[in-house]
Design a protein around this ligand. Structure first.
Ligand SMILES: [Zn+2]
Length: 78
């Protein structure tokens, strides 16, 4: 039986860099939905300055976690 106690946030793959990111941490900028890394570079491109805030820091999900999540989804479709 899988433990249900720890409910992790949904993990999605960023369209721009192909890296996993928490859905709740995805950012919108100019109609683009991007992970924190991409958001930071888009923002810097648009504003021509460094993004100096630390709100984009924090842990990123691992690709392994994403795969695990997708595997569980398949199990649940029975
Ligand atoms: Zn990205």
């Amino acid at each position: 039986m899988a433990k249900q106690t720890e409910r992790k946030e949904e993990i999605v793959i960023c369209k721009h860099c192909g890296k996993p990111e928490y859905w709740g941490a995805m950012r919108w900028l100019s109609g683009r939905c991007a992970c924190r890394n991409c958001y930071r570079s888009f923002w810097e491109d648009q504003n021509h300055k460094r993004y100096t805030w630390d709100d984009l820091d924090g842990p990123r999900p691992a690709l392994e976690e994403y795969k695990e999540q997708e595997a569980k989804k398949c199990e649940n479709t029975n």
